[in-house]
Design a protein around this ligand. Sequence first.
Ligand code: GSH
Length: 200
Amino acid sequence: MKLYIAKTSPYARKVLALVQEKQAATLVEVVIIDPWSDPAELQAAVPSGKVPALVTDEGWCLGESWAIADYLDTVLPGRRLMPAAGPERWRSLRLSALAQGLLDAAFSAVVEGRRPAGERSPGWVTRQKAAIARTLPTLEAAAADLVAEDFGLGGLSVACALDYLDFRHGDLDWRAGHPGLAEWFAGVIGRPSLRATNPR
Ligand SMILES: N[C@@H](CCC(=O)N[C@@H](CS)C(=O)NCC(=O)O)C(=O)O
């Protein structure tokens, strides 16, 4: 299997960290690619041209971090990070979706800030920061779920999103007012899977 990633992509990090958690790194060939340079190889694999992208051993392609994570969690050996069914699955899915929303807002604000000066929209950045500000208390309220999930795909996704805030939005001080979330994050950020995928 071939997995296209960019080293600083928080979406790719989720998938890479999942592979690490499953201790299955030898089964996945990681290809580092710059999606912003429009590489034909990546665009042939997924029409979005985004990382992460997966090409399976059978030769079919899959984009979107959440779909790739679900697929790899199922086909790779190692512990399952996403329960197959039942309330535990919905708990993981909800945490994962909250993390994806947080990441989308944080990433979108960063991309907006990198546009040429005349093309930037401060209103768009404000809108994304408002979404971040709404998501953090929701995650704080879900801190008990994060603990109970025991670092499944939900927790892994939340950790990658929070670390992306530290990486690209250090000024936001997301820990302020979210002590439960901060405590949970401090307990998981040292995991080997997250250390091995640190984008810094
Ligand atoms: N929804 C996608 C987002 C992936 C994404 O936006 N990746 C960025 C890198 S962090 C990318 O490849 N951007 C290139 C582009 O937008 O053309 C996922 O969850 O995988």
